[in-house]
Design a protein around this ligand. Structure first.
Ligand SMILES: C[S@@+](CC[C@H](N)C(=O)[O-])C[C@H]1O[C@@H](n2cnc3c(N)ncnc32)[C@H](O)[C@@H]1O
Length: 406
């Protein structure tokens, strides 16, 4: 060890990975989603002092070495942007003191005993907080704030749909979500059913269910999205705007019990259980699920199409056209946390009186998309989970009884 005991010692972060990438070597941390490209001299210095050395020794070893910052802000490249946070090389290299400062700033080199790494891996305390990694949703919120985006809903809407909401974008929303939706419901025999699309957004999916002969009601808290739904699909389905989540609960409470045969929801549970402000309200989610259970007839089905909790947050590595792999740096104690884990969903949905009847990973149905990296990734990993629950009778009936109701 080359450290000096009466000085501060700096050592390598043990989560750092060195890997070949685009013909160079990149030091990556899948937890912090930070990356620095290093030349051979920088790699030699990093490995030489990894176990601990003073600032002077680090700087000396890094003199003449070169490093490029390859870290991209996570959340800016969109919902389907690679959460790895790796940017292309912009050509501006640093060396010596500046390279040491870069390695420190990106927490590849840590001061002994300072707890700076552990402190960074925590939720943000406010939308302006840059000192913590924060959740995916907080980072998106921060991005929208920085770019002063007024119509916040447009940020996700225009990545999923064309501007006027009449078609879906050719990204995985079409190739995975929509294609699965169309195949599944074409075989589900829903003609004549009464269906609630909870958090229906612009009504695109509600309208599809209506075209298959169902009587569909869509409800959402967004005024512009319900206006869009009414404009495009108002003749096909009924759309209800509720001012806020509580007004939504009130609306649900006013409906007749057992008055729906089926409930559909997509891309909503992740927003309720991992909200942008970092303060989930599980009591409200429980109230909501109980209200939905009351509306669904016994044996009726509730479908949830939700991003797969692990693959959404996992840093994506590997060759673009080859077999991708991911590194999942968190699970039980989530920080970057995009979507709830299945056991959390089961706990909440089960407590409201539903049983899991079916569980699928929608597959990509066309891998000739214009984004080969994304196609390769979607061929390897589930992007969404499609969960089907049945309403369980609250009179202690058996599984046989519930099947008879179906
Ligand atoms: C990501 S979008 C998904 C919309 C639609 N389900 C889809 O798949 O295109 C989430 C939607 O949930 C709505 N929303 C959020 N919280 C809600 C709540 N508590 N009650 C009803 N709608 C809500 C938002 O306005 C938004 O339209």
């Amino acid at each position: 060890m080359s450290g000096n005991n009466d000085r501060e010692t700096f050592r390598a972060c043990t989560d750092a990975l060195l890997r070949p990438c685009d013909g160079a070597w990149v030091l990556s941390n899948p937890r912090t989603r930070r990356h620095i490209e290093l030349d051979a001299a920088a790699i030699a210095a990093f490995t030489q002092h990894a176990a601990g050395a003073s600032e002077e020794l680090w700087q000396e070893a890094l003199n003449g070495a070169q490093g490029h910052d390859r870290t991209a802000p996570t959340g800016e490249s969109g919902l389907w942007g690679d959460p790895t946070g790796l940017a292309p090389c912009d050509g501006s290299a640093v060396s010596g003191d500046a390279l040491f400062a870069l390695l420190r700033r990106h927490l590849f080199v840590l001061q002994d005993g300072a707890n700076e790494y552990e402190n960074f891996l925590a939720p943000q305390t406010s939308p302006l907080d840059d000192a913590h990694l924060g959740t995916f949703h907080q980072r998106v919120g921060q991005t929208l704030l920085r770019h002063r985006v007024r119509e916040r809903w447009r940020w996700w809407h225009n990545q999923k749909f064309v501007d006027d909401g009449t078609a879906i974008q050719a990204a995985p929303y079409k190739l995975v979500q929509e294609n699965f939706f169309d195949r599944y419901f074409a075989n589900a025999d829903i003609a004549g059913e009464r269906i609630l699309d909870f958090a229906c957004g612009n009504g695109y999916f509600a309208a599809k269910l209506a075209r298959l002969g169902a009587n569909v009601v869509g409800i959402d808290t967004s005024e512009p999205l319900i206006a869009s739904a009414q404009r495009n699909y108002g003749a096909a389905a009924e759309f209800v705007h509720v001012a806020d989540p509580q007004a939504g609960l009130d609306w649900l409470a006013q409906q007749e019990p057992d008055s729906f045969d089926r409930i559909y929801m997509s891309d909503i549970l992740l927003l309720l259980l991992t909200p942008e402000d970092g303060k989930p309200d599980p009591d409200n989610v429980t109230c909501l699920l109980s209200a939905l259970a009351r509306l669904l007839r016994v044996g009726g089905q509730m479908h949830m199409m939700e991003p797969n909790g692990t693959t959404w947050l996992a840093g994506r590595y590997g060759g673009e056209a080859g077999r991708n792999y991911v590194i999942v740096p968190e699970y039980r104690r989530p920080v970057f946390n995009v979507a709830p884990t299945l056991d959390r969903v089961m706990e909440l949905v089960g407590a409201a009186g539903f049983v899991l009847a079916d569980y699928r990973h929608p597959e990509i149905s066309d891998d000739s998309s214009s984004d080969p990296a994304l196609s390769a990734y979607a061929n390897e990993f589930p992007l969404w989970d499609f969960l089907t629950f049945r309403r369980w009778p609250d009179d202690g009936s058996s599984l046989g009884d519930i099947r008879a109701h179906a």
